[in-house]
Design a protein around this ligand. Structure first.
Ligand code: TEU
Length: 577
C-alpha cells in the first residue's frame, strides 16, 4: 500500500466533507418507513434455545437470549410458526391459530417474550400460514366428516362422481400428487404441500373472515408484522382446469397470483393492515416484476413488501452459480423496484442451506472471511435485510449421508418419491446433502459445552460438530469474529440511510470475481466492493471513483495503488467516494 496516495485521498475527502456540511440539508427524495429501515433477524424457534431439556427450542429459551438478540443491533424478529401444530412440517401445519404449540410454551410465555422484545426496541413479525391448515385443525375435521357439514367449503373438495380431478402437482407429497382421495365422503381434497396440509378455500368468504380475525387477534396482542406463508398460492381457479404438460417446472406461474388474489389482499388491507401500525410481507411474488409490483406498490393498498424466489434460486443445485448470474438477478430486481415497491434481501432462511455453504466457502480457510463478505452484501443492498439465525456466526451445512438422519418432510417424502420413480439415489442423496432444509435448521451454536449450549436433552436435530470452533462464546471474545463484524455492519446500515435508500449502480457488470456497486443518496456516494472468490484479484476503479474514507473492511488494509485496487480472497470493502 502506498501511504502518500492514501493520505492524499483522505485529505481531499476531508476538504470535500467540509464543503458538504455547509450546504442546507436537502429534502429526502425517498419515503422513510420503519419497515424499510429495519433489519430482520429470523429465528427458527425449534432450534434456537431449549429451556426445559426436551431437545426442542422454545419461547422461554428465546426470552433467555433477548439480550443477545438486542446486542446484534437488529430491530425486528421473525419467528417461524409457533401455533399449535402436530408438526408434520414443523409448525407449518397449524391445528389452532390462537394457541401456542405445547413444545414451545404457553400464551403467557408469548406475552412475556413480546413485551421483552418491545422493551428492547425490537419489533415482532408473526408467521401466518393460511394457504393451508393442518388436517388436525377442527375446520378440516368438520369439513371431512360429511358433504353437507357447514365447514365443507372451508377446503377444496372434488366429488368422485365428477371423475378424477385434473393433475395437480404437490411440493411435499411422496407421489408428487396434490389431490388425495378420501373414502369417507368419496371425494378428493387438495394439498399443494404435504397430505396433512389441506389447502384452505379462500373463495369462501367465511374462510377469509376467519383468517382476518386471527390476524386481528395477534395484532391486538401487539405483533408488528406478518409474514404470509406461500401466500401467492391462495387464490385458485376452482374449476381446476387441465394445466399444460410440465407446468410444475414453472410452478409460480401456474399456482401463483390466482384470479382473486388482489381482491383478498385488499380485504386484508381494509380489515387488518390499515387498522394497525403493522406491515405484511408475502412469501413469493409471482413470476414477473409486474406480479411483484402489483402486490407491493405504494398505491396498491395491498402489501408493504415481498420476497421473490429468483435470488435464492441462484446456486440451488450442485452446479453452484456464476457471479454474473447472481449479480444479474439482484441488479434486475433492484432496478425494477428503484422507483416504487419494496423487497426483502436475504441469502438464507429455514428452507435453504446455510448461506456460507451455498454462496461462500465453508472450508476452514475461507469460511469466516466469506461469511463476512456475504453479510456485507445483504446489509448494503436496497431492500429490508433478513438475517437468518446462526449466519451472524458463519454456521455451516451439516453433512448428513443417510436418509435416517433427516427430519424434514420434504426430504423424507422426496426420498420416497425418487425411490419409486427409480431415480439415481446416489445423485439424490448428494443433492440432498447440499440443498436439504435441515442444513439450515440445526441447533444454534452458543458455546463449546455439550450440545453447543442449545439443550440439556437430546436435540431434535443433531448439533453440527463444528460447534467447538463456531459458537457465540468464542466469537464474543474475538474482536475480528464474524459475530462482531456482523454487529459493525448492522450499526453501519442503521447509521447511514444511503445503505437503505440510496440508488444502486453496478460497476464492472461482467466481472466474474468482483461484485462492485455504488449507492448514492443526495450528495453522498459510497462504493461496495465484494470479492466473491477465493483468489486475490486486482480491479481498476473508474477514473471518477476516488476512494475516500473506508467504512468497513473485512481485512486489515486496503491495497490501493492509484486506481488499482488489489483485493484479497473474499475481501469486502465499503468506502465513501
Ligand atoms: O414455503 C413455501 C414454498 O414455496 C416452499 O415450498 C419452498 O419452495 C420449499 O420449502 C423449498 O424447499 C413455505 C415455508 O417457508 C416452508 O417452510 C413450508 O414448508 C411451506 O411454506 C408450507 O407451509
Amino acid at each position: 500500500m502506498k501511504w502518500p496516495v492514501l493520505i492524499l485521498i483522505f485529505s481531499f475527502l476531508l476538504i470535500d466533507c467540509a464543503k458538504k456540511t455547509e450546504q442546507p440539508p436537502a429534502e429526502p427524495d425517498y419515503e422513510p418507513k420503519w419497515w424499510k429501515e429495519g433489519i430482520i433477524y429470523q429465528i427458527y424457534p425449534r432450534s434456537f434455545k431449549d429451556s426445559d431439556g426436551d431437545g426442542v427450542g422454545d419461547l422461554r429459551g428465546i426470552i433467555e437470549k433477548l439480550d443477545y438478540i438486542q446486542s446484534l443491533g437488529v430491530d425486528m424478529v421473525w419467528l417461524n410458526p409457533i401455533y399449535q401444530s402436530p408438526n408434520v412440517d414443523n409448525g407449518y401445519d397449524i391445528s389452532d391459530y390462537r394457541n401456542i404449540m405445547d413444545e414451545f410454551g404457553t400464551m403467557e410465555d408469548f406475552d412475556e417474550m413480546l413485551a421483552g422484545m418491545h422493551e428492547r426496541g425490537i419489533r415482532f413479525v408473526m408467521d401466518v400460514v393460511v394457504n393451508h391448515s393442518s388436517n388436525k385443525h377442527e375446520w378440516f375435521k368438520q369439513s371431512r366428516s360429511s358433504r353437507d357439514n357447514p365447514y365443507r367449503d372451508y377446503y377444496h373438495w372434488w366429488p368422485s362422481e365428477k371423475g378424477e380431478p385434473n393433475y395437480r402437482w404437490s411440493f411435499f407429497d411422496d407421489k408428487g400428487e396434490a389431490w388425495k382421495y378420501d373414502s369417507l365422503t368419496d371425494s378428493y381434497y387438495l394439498h399443494y404441500f404435504a397430505v396433512e396440509q389441506p389447502d384452505l378455500n379462500w373463495e369462501n368468504p367465511k374462510v377469509r373472515q376467519e383468517v382476518f380475525d386471527v390476524m386481528k387477534f395477534w395484532a391486538e396482542k401487539g405483533v408488528d408484522g406478518f409474514r404470509l406463508d406461500a401466500f401467492q398460492y391462495v387464490s385458485k381457479d376452482t374449476t381446476f382446469a387441465e394445466l399444460p404438460e410440465g407446468f410444475e417446472n414453472n410452478i409460480n406461474k401456474y399456482y401463483g397470483m390466482g384470479p382473486n388474489l388482489h381482491g383478498y389482499l385488499r380485504e386484508m388491507y381494509d380489515q387488518v393492515l390499515s387498522q394497525y401500525d403493522v406491515f405484511a410481507v408475502s412469501e413469493g411474488a409471482g413470476s414477473t416484476f409486474e406480479d411483484a409490483h402489483s402486490l407491493v406498490d405504494s398505491d396498491r393498498d395491498e402489501l408493504q413488501m415481498a420476497y421473490h424466489f429468483e435470488g435464492i434460486g441462484v446456486g440451488s443445485s450442485l452446479d453452484r452459480y456464476t457471479l454474473s448470474e447472481f449479480r444479474g438477478i439482484y441488479s434486475q430486481w433492484d432496478s425494477a423496484f428503484a422507483e416504487d415497491g419494496w423487497l426483502s434481501i436475504f441469502l438464507a432462511n429455514h428452507d435453504q442451506p446455510r448461506m456460507v455453504s451455498k454462496y461462500g466457502d465453508d472450508s476452514p480457510e475461507f469460511r469466516a472471511i466469506s461469511n463476512k463478505m456475504l453479510n456485507t452484501f445483504i446489509l448494503s443492498m436496497r431492500g429490508t435485510p433478513y438475517c437468518y439465525y446462526g449466519d451472524e456466526l458463519g454456521m455451516t451445512n451439516i453433512d448428513f449421508d443417510s436418509i435416517d438422519q433427516y427430519q424434514d418432510v420434504a426430504a423424507l417424502n422426496g426420498y420416497k418419491k425418487a425411490m419409486s420413480e427409480g431415480a439415481d439415489m446416489d445423485d439424490f442423496m448428494q443433492e440432498l446433502n447440499f440443498m436439504s432444509r435441515d442444513n439450515g435448521r440445526t441447533p444454534m451454536q452458543w458455546d463449546a459445552t455439550k450440545n453447543a449450549g442449545f439443550s440439556d436433552g437430546v436435540p431434535w436435530l443433531p448439533v453440527n460438530e463444528n460447534y467447538t470452533e463456531i459458537n457465540v462464546d468464542l466469537q464474543e471474545e474475538d474482536k475480528e469474529s464474524c459475530l462482531n463484524y456482523f454487529r459493525r455492519m448492522v450499526k453501519l446500515r442503521k447509521a447511514n440511510p444511503i445503505l437503505v435508500y440510496g440508488d444502486y449502480k453496478v460497476i464492472f457488470p461482467k466481472h466474474e470475481q468482483v461484485y462492485a456497486f455504488t449507492r448514492s443518496l443526495g450528495e453522498q456516494q459510497v462504493i461496495v466492493l465484494l470479492n466473491f472468490s477465493s483468489e486475490p484479484v486486482t480491479v481498476t476503479l473508474p477514473d471518477n471513483v476516488l476512494m475516500g474514507e473506508v467504512w468497513i473492511n473485512n481485512y486489515k488494509g486496503v491495497k490501493l495503488d492509484g486506481q488499482a485496487l488489489n483485493m484479497e480472497p473474499y475481501q469486502s470493502i465499503i468506502a465513501e467516494i
